[in-house]
Design a protein around this ligand. Structure first.
Ligand SMILES: Nc1ncnc2c1ncn2[C@@H]1O[C@H](COP(=O)(O)OP(=O)(O)OP(=O)(O)O)[C@@H](O)[C@H]1O
Ligand SMILES: [Mg+2]
Length: 420
């Protein structure tokens, strides 16, 4: 006998806007607002990124938002802002993510201008751990900047916004995505780029925390580009602020190298972790988040720029009419098929679960230099595997409630090479 499908029951299981109370706006993105929201049934709070379909279409970014949702459903890490659910209605897409109540690093840079070495090192370690995970999964973030780094209430920093992140593929020289000021010169100059482009931005952020300004300044993309192309910035010994170590300055100098091949991280995360600045770092204490964060978050404040988050956009009646017409078209709505998502570990059923497949093809060639590096530093490889092992231990998964659905690579299995 054929089982009868209860369409109404199925529909109620699909996540949707009515499941949440949208409390207030906490951030602003390229396609809409980010909300603090509460799941009505469980009372859990989340951040929900709302993205207007019209804006996505007008900016020709359907591929990017679908890609972000796809990546997020395959990635899970304590230093990433992880996704729980995604859904849509006729007007918008919604990404339900971990709520980070500490605000983004831009907000705190505006407030403090500079940070001390201990605080900066802590931020950079959180970021490096997130990047190590992404890079081992062949994903380049491509938009590392203070706005995309958000604090939890304990002062731990997490990476968000995979809007322009990509699984690496050869021939990416056509892409110039990113934000001037943090964008690596090879990306600005439309050259093939790899993981090293993310490390350039890490260097810029560390420099900014130390010096109170970015290494390559300018008001426009062209001005910044001219600055980068005109000379290599280096922190000289006499410019190192009091109470900062030479190791810190050396690390930053190696990260802001304009030529990717000269940049620390060109050969992957292991050479970054091996830098003397991290000599006595207890990585496990970070991964288990048992270390006290040196930068204190004010938990009585919302930690975001209320005015910026709530800017009202001017209403354009003609545009609104055109948008409404656009959204009525089935062909437009079909472009977002597969966006809705619920963790496979949950009891719920999804109507439009994506059936796209990962495209993990990448160059696996080992260059002679890289081979030398991998052969000569077994302890670095070991250290890295230890960290990975830790991430996948049941104890750790339990603690962080990890439910990776389809990891792109198995932990420990990946001995990825980074000549991409
Ligand atoms: N999970 C979160 N918790 C708290 N605040 C967040 C969270 N995610 C984002 N925000 C805030 O909202 C801002 C915008 O979010 P996000 O960077 O994801 O959007 P975006 O820049 O528009 O992304 P995209 O490039 O995909 O358009 C962030 O800079 C941050 O201040
Ligand atoms: Mg962003």
């Amino acid at each position: 006998m054929q089982a009868k499908l209860n369409v109404n029951a199925l529909f109620t299981l699909v996540p949707n806007k009515c499941d949440y109370t949208f409390l207030y706006v906490i951030g602003r993105g390229g396609f809409g607002r980010v909300w603090r929201a509460e799941h009505k049934k469980t009372k859990h709070q989340f951040a929900i990124k709302e993205m207007q379909k019209c804006k996505i279409i007008n900016k020709k970014s359907i591929g990017s938002v679908m890609n972000e949702r796809y990546l997020l459903s395959n990635l899970r890490h304590p230093f990433l802002v992880n996704m729980h659910t995604a859904f849509q209605d006729r007007e918008s897409l919604y990404l339900v993510m971990d709520l980070m109540t500490g605000g983004d690093l831009r907000f705190h840079i505006c407030k403090n201008r500079k940070f001390n070495e201990e605080q900066t090192k802590f931020f950079i370690i959180c970021l490096l751990l997130a990047l190590e995970y992404l890079h081992h999964n062949t994903v380049i973030h491509r938009d590392i900047k203070p706005e995309n780094l958000v604090f939890d209430r304990n002062g731990y920093l997490r990476l968000t916004d995979l809007g322009i992140a990509r699984i690496w593929k050869p021939g990416n020289d056509g892409d110039t995505s990113g934000t001037p000021g943090y964008m690596a010169p090879e990306v600005m100059c439309r050259q093939v780029h790899g993981v090293a482009s993310d490390y350039f931005a890490v260097g810029v952020i560390a420099y900014e925390c130390m010096m109170g300004k970015r290494p390559y300044l300018g008001k426009t993309r062209k001005e910044i580009r001219d600055q980068i192309l005109s000379k290599q910035v280096t922190i000289k010994t006499n410019q190192i602020p009091e109470d900062w170590s030479e190791d810190a300055a050396d690390f930053i100098n190696q990260m802001i190298q304009r030529k990717p091949v000269n940049r620390l991280g060109f050969y992957g995360p292991d050479e970054v972790f091996a830098h003397p600045w991290f000599k006595n770092v207890d990585w496990d204490a970070y991964l288990t988040q048992s270390k006290q964060a040196p930068y204190k978050i004010n938990s009585n404040s919302d930690n975001f720029d209320y005015k910026f988050a709530n800017i009202k956009e001017p209403e354009d009646e003609a545009q609104a009419k055109q948008n409404a017409e656009l959204l009525r078209r089935d062909s437009i709505q079909e472009a977002f098929n597969g966006y809705t998502y619920k963790s496979q570990n949950s009891q719920q059923t999804i109507q439009d679960q994506t059936n796209s497949k990962p495209t993990t093809s990448m160059s696996q060639q080992i260059t002679p230099t890289k081979k030398k590096l991998l052969d000569s530093e077994p302890q670095v490889e070991l250290k890295s595997q230890k960290k990975y092992h830790l991430v996948s231990t049941p104890r750790f998964n339990k603690k962080l409630n990890f439910t990776a659905d389809q990891p792109l690579t198995e932990r420990g299995q990946a001995k990825k090479h980074f000549d991409f």
